[in-house]
Design a protein around this ligand. Structure first.
Ligand code: ATP
Ligand code: MG
Length: 374
């Protein structure tokens, strides 16, 4: 007899009494809509195969939550190759670029990416020369709008982003909306080009149109060539949106507030190892009791470094003011609108690092935008 087709998943159930995550294999029989569960730890059947009409096959995907006899189960993995081959969607990479007309809205656009369950794997602010812009859009070199497009793309800063996720190319292009911003406003008023674009050429953002162009474009921005280098490295201060704030999904909101209030001259996503993070925080060693935890926090994941410039002023103290007291609990009382009050958790996971001493602004910016990248 042919075996009935069934999906197999690993599911987790959080038990509040024991504060433990219990793992089961969960089987779903496609023809009969029956389910079955197997207790992985105790190696025994947990729920005998039985009909369970309220679960449909399209409710079953990684990350989905299903309820079985009042237990909430989270699907965390596929449990066999049959299921994996049938259901695993293709993870894609795409190259997004926020164009000069929408650069000041980059934080809002980053927020839209994060909210759409797409992952930002790399991010770099650039200022393209005419030649670099011409190279990026070389496929359009015979089109009548090409000179205007090249002028526009080299007219101000842009933000290049590598987006990774299921169906990322189509998803991002759908978020963008139609090429012409006017058409976008008429047909897709919620789209990024409708909200932030200007016209046919100045249309807020770009997205790769295939796997092949994504590879070429990502290499253009994130390959070793480092096109469009833009950091000032003087009259500046450094701001870091820390890993825990990225995990919490606050990067877009934080970037937006920074862009609305400061002259941002460089921005890039980094990951550091312990040696580099220790070196960067060296001045706090033996001075601040949280030194080790600060290093642990910085190496725990991706973070975004931002250079802010102001000639003739005091960018270091202006940014410190804007970030608020180092301890978010205190910040929430004294400076509720400050970045740390809004996005920080505790003294270590306080969302933002900012340069402390006026003379360190240039040093810290040089550390990221000169030393580390060369
Ligand atoms: P992008 O490649 O920037 O993501 P797209 O794929 O929607 O946009 P393309 O046809 O590849 O559109 O055009 C590249 C860019 O050239 C457009 O984003 C826009 O800035 C500009 N452009 C395209 N068509 C026109 C046009 N008819 N007039 C003026 N500018 C145009
Ligand atoms: Mg295109």
């Amino acid at each position: 007899m042919a075996q009935a087709e069934r999906y197999a998943f690993v599911v987790e159930n959080f038990d509040h009494h024991s504060s433990m995550n219990w793992r089961y294999q969960f089987f779903y029989y496609l023809d009969t809509k029956e389910i079955e569960m197997y207790d992985i730890k105790n190696k025994r059947t947990f729920l005998k195969r039985c009909p369970y009409d309220s679960i449909e096959r399209d409710m079953l995907y990684i990350g989905a939550k299903i309820v079985v006899y009042s237990r909430q189960l989270t699907i965390v993995d596929f449990a066999d190759t049959f299921t994996r081959n049938r259901l695993q969607k293709k993870t894609e990479r795409t190259c997004a670029m926020i164009k000069p007309d929408a650069f000041l809205n980059a934080g809002k656009i980053v927020n839209a990416i994060v909210r759409s369950n797409l992952r930002i794997n790399q991010l770099r602010m650039c200022k393209l020369t005419q030649q670099e812009a011409a190279q990026f859009y070389a496929v359009h070199s015979e089109r009548p709008f090409y000179p205007k497009l090249v002028d526009f793309m080299s007219s101000g800063p842009i933000l290049a982003i590598e987006i990774v996720g299921e169906d990322a190319i189509a998803k991002w292009r759908s978020l963008l909306g139609p090429t012409n911003s006017e058409t976008a406003r008429a047909e897709r008023p919620d789209s990024i080009r409708a909200k932030f674009g200007t016209d046919n050429t100045m249309n807020a953002a770009h997205g790769s149109d295939s796997d092949e162009t994504a590879t070429t474009e990502l290499d253009f921005f994130f390959g070793s060539g480092r096109v469009g280098q833009c950091a000032n490295l003087s009259d500046c201060t450094l701001c870091i949106i820390k890993p825990s704030a990225l995990v919490a999904g606050y990067q877009g909101l934080a970037i937006d507030q920074i862009l609305q209030n400061f002259n941002v001259t460089a921005m890039e996503l980094f990951r550091l190892d312990r040696a580099n993070a220790g070196e960067f925080f060296e001045v706090y060693k033996g001075v601040v009791p949280e030194y080790n935890s600060m290093v642990d926090e910085l190496i725990s994941g991706d973070f975004i470094a931002i250079e802010i410039s102001e000639s003739g002023g005091n960018p270091v103290s202006a940014l410190r003011e804007f970030c608020g007291p180092a301890d978010p609990e205190i910040a929430r009382v004294l400076r509720p609108k400050s970045l740390r009050a809004q996005f920080g958790v505790n003294k270590v996971q306080n969302a933002i690092h900012c340069t402390d001493l006026p003379e360190d602004g240039e040093l810290e910016s040089n550390y990221f935008f000169n030393i580390l990248i060369s």
